[in-house]
Ligand binder design. Sequence first.
Ligand code: CS2
Length: 498
Amino acid sequence: MTINDSILLNQANLSSLPDSITVPNYDRSQVTAGIVHIGVGGFHRSHEAFYTDDYMQQSGDLSWGICGVGLREGDRKMQSILQEQDYLYTLVVKHPNGQVENRVIGCLTDFLLSCDAPQKVIDKMASDETKIVSLTITEGGYNFNPVTDEFDFTHPDVVHDLANPGSPRLVFGYLAAALKLRKDAGKKPFTIQSCDNIQHNGNMTRKMLLAYVGQYDKALASWIAEEVQFPNAMVDRITPATTAADMAYLAEEVGVKDNWPVVCEPFLQWIIEDKFSDVRPLWEQVGAQFVADVTPYEKMKIRLLNAGHSVLGILGSIDEQETIDGAVQEPLFARYLRLFMDAEVTPILDPVEGIDLTEYKDVLFERFANPNIKDNLSRICLESSSKVSTFLLPTLLQNLANDGDIACATLVVAAWCYYSDKQVNKNGKALDINDVMAADLHKAAQQTSDDPLAFLQLDSIFADVKKQPRFVTEYKRQIETLYAQGDIKAQMQAVVSQ
Ligand code: CS2
């Protein structure tokens, strides 16, 4: 089949799609949007949207459509592609054995861009239909200082939003404006549901929103504190960035022309605290787990999976690895990662009911090794300044306090400095670095030859760890060797052989 023979994905063509692709079994014209979701990236579309679509398929309860919202100009491309496809997209689930499941997800009902129509976004969130506002705005989107965990009022967008409450740029301005409309109308609030990889993501959202609102409207802040629920949740499904090859596969082998499908692994998990401001979808009917306290699950996942990704991402990038599966199939990278998980993370995890940690780690290795999920290291290293602070440094700090092992994590910090300074891999190939702090990271890292501890000057990241002499000594040793020899594998080998 050629791309010209493929059928364009849209509502009118749904019934003509090939049999090999599953399509929604519900009447999309009857769906109402009980959820407004901010940050419609690949992960939202493979995870919450998948669960919600599945729930509507199985229950027939059509009040859980999702209205997407983009807060950045960069979301325009996704918005216009999805709009052309009547908000339909294909989820391509790739198993390690080569089996592929293709399914059209139908629960997205609309997509608003806040930069075009801020009031429309606020009104949508405030409307009676909306029961949940969910978020995947990345770790950096919560605007907290990672060292103090306090709201960063110095951020230029926050200054803007406080002065322009009708057309905010950040999520907090939208949540605050919509909740104010609800409060003034005497209505119930919506639930605010974070789906980002932050420990206690609900508590963090609550704390940041209350700090922001408390700055200018104490009465609204008290109402939010009393009435709005922010369930913590652990979210999981590896979802690499969509590539041109993914679109070509759908067009040429399946016969569907989809301009922004999502590819993901079969594994998925969502563990949520059962506290909602109003009604919610019965996601437990389609595999989500509701628990009273999500703390041990989220810590396990973030410190093993997400930190494990960063370990492979940063070390692998300065070597010559391109993808997570490629890196984990190299024995040295696999041994290093396992040592990090066993010696530095496992000792600080609390027991998790129903989960055998050894098995959990074995499954993580299988997931990372899935040869059909080409998860590029440039995606993994995207916004490393937030990821390292959230996924890795808390483990390092806990081990420093407990006299635990720190060699693996410390070498990753040294490697991150080298990566930020050189910006090329060991073969001289330019690294694709995307980080709001990229310029600061580069500037600090560049001074390493004169001062081996220069990178640690970045207080918003390292203020706590750099106070620890044991860390500083180990970091200095690692960074001096790295700058003298430029051989990351030799240093990884030395760590695993210790
Ligand atoms: C990754 C996550 O962004 C990252 O660094 O670790 O996107 C990861 O793939 C997901 O959290 C998996 O659930």
